[in-house]
Design a binder for this molecule. Structure first.
Ligand SMILES: Nc1ncnc2c1ncn2[C@@H]1O[C@H](COP(=O)(O)OP(=O)(O)OP(=O)(O)O)[C@@H](O)[C@H]1O
Length: 317
C-alpha cells in the first residue's frame, strides 16, 4: 500500500459558500440516481467531485447548471435559493461540459466573438491571451482542432468572462496523459493565481489528488465523504493482524470486525487472506482502538480509500 494521501496543496482560508445543494434527488423512471445530495463549495476552493462511472456526477452537474431538473431538494447559487441558475447567475459561471459542441466552421477567434454576446463581462483581450497561453491558433477552425485542443478551447471560452466559479464535468476524459496534465496545470494555475473557485468531476483519483483542496465522494446517490484529503486520510485506515498468521486468524478477523462494528467503525473491506480490514472512524475512535489492540495500522493511498468507500457494501460479509 502506498503512503497516506496528504493533499499537495497548502490549506486555504475558506470563503463564503458559492454553491450549495440540499437533499437533491433525481430518478430516471424507477432508477433513483441521486438520493439526497448535500454538497457545498466555498469561494477559492478547488472541489474534486469524485464518483465511479455511472455514480451520477454528470446528472448532478446538469442539475446545478439547470440543464436537468431535480425531483426534490434545494439549490443555492451565490447565497440565493433557486430552482435553477438564472441568466444573471449563469453569467458568473464558467461551464465546461463532458462533450463539446461547437460550430465546426468557426475559427477559435470567431467563436470567442460569438460567445461574447452572452456575457457582459467578456474580456476579448483576455480571451486572446488565453488562446495564446493554451497554444490555440486563433485562426484555426474548430473542425481542424484535436480533442485536447477542443477541451482547452472550451476552457478558454469558460474563463474569458472571468467567472466567479468554474464547473468542469470530467474535462479530461479522452485526453492523453500529457494533455491531461497540461489541462490540470492550467486549472491549478487559475485557482492559485486568479483565485478561481472550481468544481470539477472525475473518476480519476490521481487528478483529484493533484489539484483539489476539498473532495466530495459520491456513492449510491449521496456523498459518502465531503472534506479535505488530509482528514479523509485520518478517517480511513487499514488494520492488519500481526504476522505470521495463526490458523485461527480468520476467526480473529471475524471477532475484530464484530467488535469494530459495535464500536461504531464502518468496515469498508475485509481481506481474509492477508488478515486485514479497511475501516472508517473518527480519529478519537482510532486512538482508543490503538490503545486496546495489537493490530498493525497503516494509512492508505487516496485510490485505495476511494475503492474502499465506493465498493458494493454487500460484498463485505
Ligand atoms: N436521461 C437519462 N435517462 C435514463 N438514465 C439516465 C439518464 N441520464 C443518466 N442516466 C443514468 O443515471 C446514472 C448516472 O449517470 P451519470 O451520467 O450522471 O453518471 P456519471 O457519474 O457522470 O458517470 P460517468 O463517470 O460514466 O460519466 C447512470 O446509470 C445513467 O445510465
Amino acid at each position: 500500500m502506498q503512503e497516506a494521501p496528504a493533499s499537495s496543496k497548502a490549506p486555504k482560508r475558506p470563503g463564503r459558500v458559492l454553491l450549495r445543494t440540499s437533499d437533491l434527488t433525481k430518478s430516471f423512471g424507477s432508477f433513483q440516481v441521486l438520493k439526497g445530495l448535500n454538497l457545498s463549495v466555498r469561494e477559492g476552493q478547488v472541489y474534486g467531485f469524485l464518483g465511479r462511472n455511472g455514480a451520477g456526477k454528470t446528472t448532478s452537474i446538469q442539475i446545478l447548471m439547470g440543464i436537468q431538473k431535480a425531483d426534490r431538494g434545494r439549490l443555492s447559487w451565490f447565497g440565493e435559493f433557486r430552482q435553477r441558475p438564472g441568466v444573471v447567475e449563469k453569467q458568473q459561471i464558467g461551464y465546461v461540459s463532458q462533450e463539446q459542441f461547437f460550430y465546426p466552421w468557426m475559427t477559435c477567434r470567431y467563436l470567442g466573438r460569438f460567445v461574447s454576446r452572452f456575457y457582459p463581462s467578456w474580456d476579448m483581450t483576455y480571451y486572446s491571451q488565453l488562446l495564446g497561453t493554451f497554444s490555440l491558433p486563433a485562426k484555426r477552425k474548430v473542425v481542424n482542432l484535436s480533442q485536447g485542443m477542443r477541451v482547452k478551447l472550451a476552457l478558454a471560452l469558460a474563463l474569458a468572462h472571468r467567472p466567479k466559479i468554474l464547473i468542469l464535468d470530467e474535462p479530461t476524459a479522452g485526453l492523453d496523459p500529457a494533455a491531461r496534465r497540461e489541462f490540470l496545470d492550467i486549472v491549478s494555475y487559475q485557482a492559485d493565481h486568479e483565485g478561481r473557485t472550481t468544481l470539477f468531476s472525475s473518476h480519476i483519483v490521481e487528478e483529484v489528488e493533484r489539484i483539489s483542496d476539498r473532495v466530495g465522494i459520491l456513492r449510491e446517490g449521496r456523498l459518502c465523504y465531503q472534506g479535505s484529503l488530509t482528514r479523509l486520510g485520518d478517517l480511513v485506515r487499514q488494520i492488519q493482524l500481526p504476522e505470521p498468521f495463526a490458523p485461527q486468524a480468520p476467526n480473529r478477523l471475524e471477532a475484530l470486525q464484530r467488535e469494530a462494528r459495535l464500536r461504531g467503525f464502518e468496515v469498508l473491506q475485509k481481506d481474509v487472506k492477508h488478515g486485514s480490514l479497511v475501516m472508517r472512524a473518527e480519529p478519537r475512535s482510532w486512538h482508543s482502538w490503538q490503545r486496546d489492540h495489537q493490530t498493525v495500522e497503516s494509512r492508505l493511498s487516496l485510490e485505495d480509500i476511494f475503492l474502499g468507500l465506493t465498493v458494493e457494501r454487500d460484498l463485505i460479509v
